[in-house]
Design a binder for this molecule. Structure first.
Ligand code: PLP
Length: 319
């Protein structure tokens, strides 16, 4: 996949002035119209591996509103790769915002119940799927495998050429993106930065081991990173009316759109941490915008968000 350079944009906000902070956002949401930010980075070398070998197609896993499923379906269409999505939920989700697009781009959805979906990392379950879909390349949920790491690590190479900074923040779901950033920072052979992950799910402490497993050997003793687990706002996909209001206000103040599942939780954590005195004077902070705006489609469709507060559906998640 051709590597466009995502821009780095300075954000203006009264709180940043008051606390004397320099905050910029790495606009990976602009990398591609459809293949959302960090999913693009994680898929890059997975797709290369796929194409270099003689696979029949590709298979992956996700929830029925998953950004990864949406991005994966489009990336496979683009490269003419047959693809299967093993989807948590019932077949009637097939016509929701995310899966309508995924199917439109040619993904075949294989629906499984929650209990079966829990087996998604088990060798026995993957074996059953491989028997059903022989010679398919299997990519885990979220695209977070070892091939995701070098793709995400390239963000650090780009950033080091774009700006001097102290801290890099990212939202965290499965931990693949955070692991890639830590690995990239450790490889960059420059002053190490602080890499700060904001977990978007509840009881996310278990992710620390998953992240350590994904790190490159060189990065395993890199200790300049942290996963903050107190900013999940009630759990994955959960947020209060006040959380949404604060995100919308921030979007209006900065002119950048953050959504409430991932990047918006990072924004709320940033604002809370600033007021708590977490950052030092003149700290230079970079936020990674991981994309994910297609997720707004499902939330608007379910009346969890009001369409008038967000970009038009025609601008998120489709061509
Ligand atoms: C998938 C996703 C994440 C989480 O990335 P992980 O590598 O799973 O931690 C963050 N932001 C957005 C927008 C995503 O779609």
């Amino acid at each position: 996949m051709h590597n466009p350079l995502s821009i780095l944009q300075k954000l203006e906000h009264p709180l940043f002035d008051k606390y004397n902070l320099d905050v910029r956002v790495k606009r990976d949401d602009l990398l591609h119209n459809i293949i959302s930010g960090n999913k693009w980075r994680k898929l890059k070398y997975n797709l290369e591996q796929l194409k270099a070998n003689d696979y029949q197609g590709a298979l992956t896993f996700g929830g029925s509103y998953s950004n990864h499923i949406h991005a994966f379906a489009y990336a496979c269409k683009q490269q003419n790769i047959p693809c299967i999505g093993v989807i948590r939920g019932e077949a009637n989700y097939a016509s929701n915002f995310t899966l309508s697009w995924a199917r439109h781009w040619g993904m075949q959805c294989h629906f499984v119940d929650r209990k079966t979906y829990r087996r998604r990392f088990e060798t026995s379950f993957i074996g059953e799927l491989k028997a059903l879909y022989p010679n398919y390349f299997v990519i885990p949920e979220g695209g977070s495998n070892s091939l995701a790491i070098p793709g995400v690590a390239e963000i650090l190479t780009e950033l080091n050429n774009q700006v001097d900074f102290d801290t890099l923040m990212t939202p965290v779901g499965s931990g693949g993106t955070l692991a890639g950033l830590i690995s990239g920072d450790s490889a960059a052979n420059q002053k190490q930065h602080k890499i700060l992950g904001i977990a978007v799910l509840k009881q996310a402490e278990y992710l620390i081991d998953d992240i350590k497993c994904l790190l490159t050997d060189e990065a395993k003793n890199h200790d300049n990173w942290q996963l903050l687990t107190n900013f999940h706002r009630g759990g994955y996909g959960k947020f209060s009316a006040d959380d949404v209001k604060r995100i919308i206000t921030f979007n209006q103040q900065t002119g950048v759109c953050f959504e409430p599942i991932y990047s918006g939780k990072m924004v709320l954590a940033l604002l809370d941490l600033i007021v708590q005195g977490y950052f030092k004077q003149q700290e230079r902070i970079v936020l990674l915008h991981t994309g994910g705006l297609q997720g707004l489609g499902g939330m608007i469709e379910q009346d969890r968000l009001d369409a008038k507060d967000w970009p038009p559906l025609a601008k998120i998640g489709n061509q």
